[in-house]
Structure formats: C-alpha cells, structure tokens
Design a protein around this ligand. Sequence first.
Ligand code: PLP
Length: 838
Amino acid sequence: MNDEAFPTSSDSTELDTMMLIIKSFLEHLEYTLGKDKYSATRHDIFNALAYAVRDRMVERWLDTQQAYYNEDPKRVYYVSMEFLMGRTLENSLVNLGLLAEFREAMNSLGYDLEEFIEREQDAGLGNGGLGRLAACFLDSMATMGIPGYGYGIRYEYGIFRQNITDGAQVEIPDNWLRYRNPWEMDRQEHLHPVKFYGKVVERKDSQGNTVFDWVDTEDVMAMAYDTPIPGYNTNTVNTMRLWTAKSTREFDLSFFNEGNYIRAVEKKMLTENISKVLYPADNVPEGKELRFKQEYFLACATVHDVIYRFHKQHEDLRRLPEKAAIQLNDTHPALCIPEMMRVLIDHHHLDWDTAWDITTRTFAYTNHTILPEALEKWPVWFFEHILPRHIQIIYEINDRFLAEVRSRFPGDVGKLERMSLIEEHWERRVRMANLAVVGSHSVNGVAALHTEIIKEHVFKDFFEMYPERFNNKTNGITQRRWLKCANPDQAHLIANTIGNGWTTDLYKLTQLRPLADDPAFVAQWQQVKRTNKEKLAAYILKHNCVQVNADSMFDCQVKRIHEYKRQLLNVLHVITLYNRIKARPEDDFVPRTVVFSGKAAPAYAIAKLIIRLINAVGDVVNNDPQVGDRLKVVFLANYSVSLAEKIFPAADLSEQISTAGTEASGTGNMKFALNGALTIGTLDGANIEIMEEVERDNIFIFGMNAEEVEDLRRRGYNPRDYYTQNPELKNVLDMIAEGYFSPANRDLFRPIVDTLLNQGDHYMLLADYASYVACQEEVSKLYLDREQWARKAILNCAGMGKFSSDRTIAEYARDIWGVKPFEVHPVLDYRQHDVIPD
Ligand SMILES: *Cc1c(COP(=O)(O)O)cnc(C)c1O
C-alpha cells in the first residue's frame, strides 16, 4: 500500500484535540454508520463516539504491537474462560487521559457524555470474581508495560441478565452483541482449525519412528476478535484476543450424496454453537460435553497462536519458555498442557522429554477454589470420544509421573491413588487440577490463607514432592476502574489532598492516614459518601420502588449467591433486627438499609430460594409501619460490573462473611474498603490480609477461624445444639420454617431451614450466628459516632495499597513469568521515520 495514504500523527498534533474528536465522531457517524444528525439513533451516537475513542487507542495499539515485534520481549499469555470486562467507554477515556476532552467535545455537539457512558452494555463474559480478576489483570499489565495478552472465548451470550419477578430470579439471555461491539476488530486472517472426535492411527515414519495421526475428525474453525487494552497514562495498548467458532468450508459430503443440502448446512451451523454461551455456574463445574468442547476450543486455538507468534521470529521451540509464559486461570484452560505436548510431539516431532521440559517451563497454574465439588474432573470417556489423542498423552504423563512418585515414596499406595491424574471411580475421570499441577512450574493460591490451605490439604502430596512450585499471589483490583472511574468524587478529594500518584502506586494512599484526624478532611469525606448514598438511594427508588433513608447505614452484601458465602447468615441477622424492633418499638435502633445483590446459578435451587427469602423478608420488613426507616431490605437485580460500580461507592458496611477456609481470596472485599466502607468479616481469604493492612481496630472480625472450623468439623458439629440453646436464633429459624415470610405458601422456605437443622449446616451458620449478631451490635454502636466511623473508613482506604492488581501483577512478573516492564516509545517516532525518511 502507498505510504502517502496514511495520515501521519504529526498532522493531528496540529489540530486542536477537541476539533479532532468532533471530526472523528462526525466521520464515524457518517461514513462508518451511514447516519446524519437527523437519522442517528442513540445507539448510533454511542457507536460513533466509541469508534472515535477507539481511534485514539488504535494509534498506540499499532505502535505497541510493532514494538513488541521489533524488540521481541518475553510475552505473557493469560488464558481464561472468563473475562468480566464490564463497560469500556469511560475506562478507556480515563486511561487515555481524554475524559474531559471528550466530555467537552460531546457537550459542544449538544450531547451529554454521561448518557452514553450509562447506555453501554456490559461485556459480561464471566461469572464473578475469577472473570473480574482477569479483567483487572489486563488493565494492570497494560498500565505497567507488561507485554501481555488475554486469551478467551467470544461468547455470543454472556452471563444472563437477572430479573426479579415475584421475588424470584428469572434468567434472560444476554444478547450483548445485538447492537454491535465497537471495541473489537475481527481478524479473518487468524483462523485456526480445531479438531474433535475421530480416532488415532499409529504408524512408522520414514526413519522408523512411531507417529500418531489423529484422523477422521470433525473440525471447527476458531476465528480471532481482538480488543485493545489501553494502559493508564502510557503508550502501551495490549490485546485481548477472543475466539469465536466458525464452521469449516467443507460440507459433509454424505448429505450431498443424499441430495440433502439443508441437512449439510444445518450440521455446519451446529458446530458454531461452541462459542454460543457462557456457562453460568460459579464455583461449581458443569459436567457438560459442550463445556468440555469449549475448554478444548480455547486451549487449541490459543496454543496454536502462541506457537505461531513464536515461529514468526524463532525456529527452535526449545527456546519457547524464554519467550512465552502461559498463565492458566484455574483449570478451565488446563487442556492447553496436553495440547502443547501434542503439537510439540505430533506436529514438530520433538521427543517426549524435550516437549515435556518446554511445556512445564512455559505453564503456570492459578488455583481459585478449594471447594471439593468445584474441582474439575472430566470423564475418561469424554476424552476417548472427543479428544482421543489427548487421553493417550495424559496417560503417558500419568505413567511417567507415577513412576516418579513410586521412586520418591516407595510403597505408598495411598499416595499414588491420591496423586494420579485419573480418579479410579465407577466412572473413571481425569483430575484437571492434578494435571495442571504436574504440567506447570508454578502453582499459586490467591491469598495467603488459601495458599496455606492448598499446600496443607488440597495439594498436600504435591507440595511434599514439589515444594518449590508453590507460591502465593494475593489477588488485587485495579484502582483505575474501582476508584477513579467508579467514585470520581472520592478520587478527586484524594487527588486534591495527596496528588495523583495513587493511580499508579496505590501505596501512596498511606498519606491519607494523618488526614483521618483532620476535621476538615473528615467533613469532606463524609460529604462525598453522603452524595454517593443519595445517588444509590435514587437508584433503589427507581428500580425497587423502596424509599430508603440516606442517613441509614448502607449495609451491603453483593456477590454471587452461594451457600459458602452465607448470604443466609446475613438474612438471619436481618430477621433478628426486625424481631428486636417489633419487640421494643419504642427503643432507639441504628437505622440500616441492607442491600443484597447477586446472581445464582440457574440450576442451584437452594441459592435461588435464598433470593426468594431475601425478597420475602424485604416485603414484610419494608411494609411494616412499626419498622419505618429503621430497617429496609433491598435486593438489587442483575448484579454486574456496572451495577457494582454504583454500589461500592455508596457502601458503609461491607459484608464478607464466608465460612473461614472457603473463600479463596475475595476481591469485592477490596473494592469496598477502597471506597471507604468498613468490613464485617470472618478470618477468611484476603480479609485476613486486609485486617493486617488496616489494623485490627479498624475492622469487625467475628466467628471461627479456619482452624476452629476444621476442629469443630472433626469433633462433630451439631447445629441443633445452637438452635436449642439460643432462643433468638430458634425464633428466627422457626419463623422461616413456619411461613412467617411466605403466608401464601407456608412450606416455601422449609428446605432452607432443613439444610441448617437436618442436613448438617455444612457452612456452619448456626455456630457463627451469636458471634455475628454480637459483632453487628458493635458495628451499630460505632455508627452512632459518625466522626469515628469516618475516621476508620479513611484508615481503611489508606490501607488498601497492597490490594492494587498492579502489586499482584508485579509479583507474577517477577516470581513466575520472568518478565520486565517494556517501554513503548513515543507514538510519533515510528510513523514519522517510516513516512518521512531523514
Ligand atoms: C468483584 C466482583 C465479584 C467478586 O466479588 P466477591 O465478593 O469477591 O465474590 C463478582 N462480581 C462482580 C461483578 C464483581 O465486580
């Protein structure tokens, strides 16, 4: 192509930024979308605006990718079945430093930027914490100049939209691509075949070596869509590459021979189902064949791409670990390991030991859960049927691995059984976690306690054998989205006081500590929180038709609905408060607005019933004139990144009340504290490290710790003891069981009480109830002293430095990936030199 056709960036620097933005917006409206100001819909305006923003990123994106190509640094591949990105417009503008300019440009055209920020659909390609972590990591890698790529699936339907109808969750498909996705670019040229089914044929090659051909397969194409990931205040723009399934060009000839053209086309369409929908289960695996195929689809396309990029500049695959680090976000992408082995051996003809050395030095695995039911195990027959070559490779990995175990620990049959990649059950299954540990040079947990638990329990045998592989990387969140975008008033107050350094070095927040005792600062802090609460109150009135008092304590529990997270314990406390108000209506009570939000997996019956209970309790409490605004209970429908951004800034109290030892880390806990909420929590996950950072006096800790939970379980836990000995608790449970909150169907909530009293109360709510209620009394008491409360809230925010995902990424880069920040040189240079030679 003619270089003259490219505008040089120097042209644009001569234009006023504002004029450039307006020009770019109007051109996209006209030429990209084919609209003018008369025919443009609000969607068109949004899309033209998004394209104008994307243009500003593309310049830096091309420069970044060109620089990576030229300098060839080691790359990081973050492979994840989920990326919970949320909205992109505002975050991009903040990272590019163009928020004010775009606001002004849109204003001059008579548009309100906020309207379009609010109009954007969330990219909800994830369930919860794991997917959001991947999104925060992409932001941090780009900001810190780590040459990183996110690899995932471009689901046509993301996490379902949750409606609440008659108090119950109703799932609505999330057709997020309906009005186009302006942030992505399709890459028709990056098209890789992915094979399924068929059989393996063994033969000898010309040198007499045994080779394996995987033949008679049904093939699907993986096509790439790329999304730019801009760093904050830097030239780096990284790439998130998501794969979509496309049918191959070949038709099934047998249908043609029968003259059945439509059947042939139908069959091809079915193959495109692979990337159709995100599985909506969080912390519970879906044993479905389609999910298994999705996992292999991601693994195959990604491994192919990594090797393809390596081969553009290198011949010798033994150097792959010097140039690529692949991080597996949980076991979902662990099929990358046998896939890498297959490609190295069957396609590149490396011997087993060389291939295994390359593979284990390239891969690292992050464990996200210790809930035994959440560990992925795929039936061997799935492999035999769908991935026949991979099961051969897994058996070979296992044989060699178990031989090593036998020689290290002779005669320990129990150990062999526990460590085998194959669970010998009535149905033989592949233990994906064992595969991931054996095939990686690093295994990390996501908080200090969690890493200790995986070393001492889940992977105890593996830790004995490979202690050097295990390490901790406490999760983090990006302060750009979770403070600067979500809570601009608090961000401004902080910036006006200590400057802007915290946006790239969150430890700078420690400078707020002395201000906790500065009455003027405290007053401003309270004003910010008050304004945020009024905004959320308006949202609640609009969506729930409940009037809440912005002076009341906003007590929030927002996260996936799961028994281990114990939303039910919170409900027991709410009913306790209700009963106390009803018993002594003349007494003073610290008013609370208890906010719940979160989705339940569609097949998780008890979690869905808990949602109904929350809404039923809300109906009784909110409509009782004797209660007034001393207690309100609201369930906000459709928890998502964009809703989370409205809730955290308005929260006074953060509920982090999982049974100790069950929540691997949690990241919602960090977002709350950063936004100036106090935590009531158990000693679980990252709560422990939050306590260490903010100091014991500034957090409300209750209940058993992980060791006490374990001891009690060992001694034999009897929930009925707590029920019979605590009349207040007994009363609450009896009310639920006997239909106080479900007068039209008195048995509706009986199954919930059954799980507690008759099915063992696995998460030990009753054991922690008294301690929780007592701790909540302390919370209420402190809330009466608004200055002390604000002081502690400021100290919480000031202590959040550790919980930036920048810190987490710096540790991964140093300890696991062996990569350094890479500086992308000023944007103008490359093009100017290309276009105008000296
Ligand atoms: C942060 C976040 C989560 C994780 O919350 P936890 O309280 O750590 O479980 C889940 N969903 C969304 C939308 C989030 O932003």
